[in-house]
Design a protein. Structure first.
Length: 57
């Protein structure tokens, strides 16, 4: 994996290091599609439960 990237094992999610905000914004804009595995990996990365990411505020 190139330097400067963060990989979430098992979900195939690669986030540019320091670019989590940009990654989440691209999801919000519909530029990326999430699988349940990537939702779970993001939840772990953000230290929240996966259901928190799937709940509408």
């Amino acid at each position: 994996m190139p330097a400067g990237q963060l990989h979430t094992p098992g979900a195939g999610v690669v986030i540019p290091q320091g670019g989590l905000d940009q990654y989440l914004a691209s999801i919000d804009r519909g530029e990326r599609n999430l699988t349940l595995d990537s939702v779970d990996a993001l939840a772990e990365l953000l230290d929240v439960e996966a259901r928190t990411l799937l709940t509408r505020l």
